[in-house]
Design a protein around this ligand. Structure first.
Ligand code: GTP
Ligand code: MG
Ligand code: NA
Length: 335
């Protein structure tokens, strides 16, 4: 396949940050769901995944937005300190990340832990400066672009906003990072990557989605070019009523079919290739769509015999007619 802007897979975006910064709520706002309300103690305890098709992103941004990617695959991670392994797994799968910072709290322990993971993996990230609606006296402008929402605010609100923003920019400097509000420059890139948001009233959500799409499709063409080579990672092995033991998989690149022989580390044949509905969280019980064939990037659920022996965090390999099964098994064992 040719490397080209016309042949892109969906970017995979991981949402990270300190507990209760608003990661799941931001996704709820984008999806029109209430996943966070259903969580025990309001705490995320598993990796989540949701596919956002381009047409849904367009509805939340602007009608004339140039969307070259087919959609976005977003991965939600837990912020609670005990889930460092899941943060590491989630961030290891992504092309770009959103680091969520509570504007009233600034950089906290797991914000810094997440930051260090992203630095280590050299992953670019956008900073969602969340909960702007909690600034005292904030006037809600539901789903408005952030500049428009800020124009509606009183001088007091703007003062508090600027003081907190300046403090947080300083905290990033202390971590060796030079970060500014994204709209203070037309240049796209790491420096201009702070997007103020509210997950409750939706201010800044259009900005966040548009920046994600534009940044990835402009600067990550090589990484995002669709390829024939299957690349996927098992997120979780779980029993689902009516399906037996299934695996949830982040499918990064390539194409999969029902009936494909897979190795990882067990050798089996895909019985059913399922996906959650677009805009629906994988973690939430629901119905699945069944496909003969799925192209990446996507979150998928696979049913097959023997999946109780699959292992979360490992790669899945596909045996094609021109492959040698023993070679593929060897690659899988090396994981
Ligand atoms: P963990 O996954 O447990 O790490 O938390 P999280 O980062 O996903 O945060 P979550 O979405 O659970 O939100 C935590 C709390 O903050 C909830 O009570 C949300 O309703 C609230 N919250 C999140 N975002 C906003 C926001 O933008 N404004 C206001 N006012 N509250 C918010
Ligand atoms: Mg959460
Ligand atoms: Na939470």
């Amino acid at each position: 396949f040719e490397q080209s802007e016309d042949n892109l897979r969906s970017p995979i975006c991981c949402i990270m940050g300190h507990v209760d910064a608003g990661k799941t709520k931001l996704l709820d706002c984008i999806r029109g769901t209430n996943v966070q309300g259903g969580e025990a103690g309001g705490i995320t305890q598993q990796i989540g995944a949701t596919y956002l098709p381009a047409e849904k992103i367009r509805e939340r941004t602007k009608p004339d937005a140039t969307l070259k990617v087919p959609g976005l695959l977003v991965i939600d991670t837990p912020g609670h300190e005990s889930f460092a392994n899941l943060r590491s797994r989630g961030s290891g799968l992504c092309d770009i990340a959103i680091l969520v910072v509570d504007i009233k709290c600034g950089l906290e322990q797991q914000t810094i832990e997440s930051l260090n993971l992203l630095k280590m993996q050299n992953t670019k990230f956008i900073i969602a400066l969340n909960k702007v609606d909690r600034l005292f006296g904030w006037k809600k402008c539901p789903n408005a672009p952030i500049k428009k929402a800020l124009k509606q605010q009183s001088e007091d609100v703007l003062n508090e906003f600027n003081i907190r923003l300046t403090q947080i920019i300083t905290q990033f400097k202390e971590q060796g990072l030079n970060r500014e509000l994204y709209y203070t420059s037309k240049k796209m890139g790491e420096t201009f990557s702070i997007v103020p948001t509210s997950a409750i009233s939706g201010e800044g959500i259009p900005d966040l989605l548009l920046l994600l799409v534009q940044w990835t499709q402009k600067t990550m063409v090589e990484k995002l070019t669709y390829s024939n080579e299957v690349q996927c990672t098992v997120l979780e092995v779980k029993v689902v009523e009516g399906h037996g033991t299934t695996i949830d998989v982040i499918f990064v690149n390539g194409v999969l079919h029902e009936g494909d022989q897979i190795v990882g580390p067990i050798v089996t044949t895909i019985r059913a290739l399922l996906t959650p509905h677009p805009m629906e969280e994988l973690r939430v019980k629901g119905t699945y769509l069944r496909h003969n064939e799925v192209t990446a990037s996507m979150v998928i659920k696979i049913t097959a015999k023997g999946l109780q022996h699959a292992i979360a965090g490992t790669s899945l390999y596909v045996v094609r007619p021109d492959h040698d099964l023993e070679d593929v098994k060897e690659a899988a064992m090396a994981d």
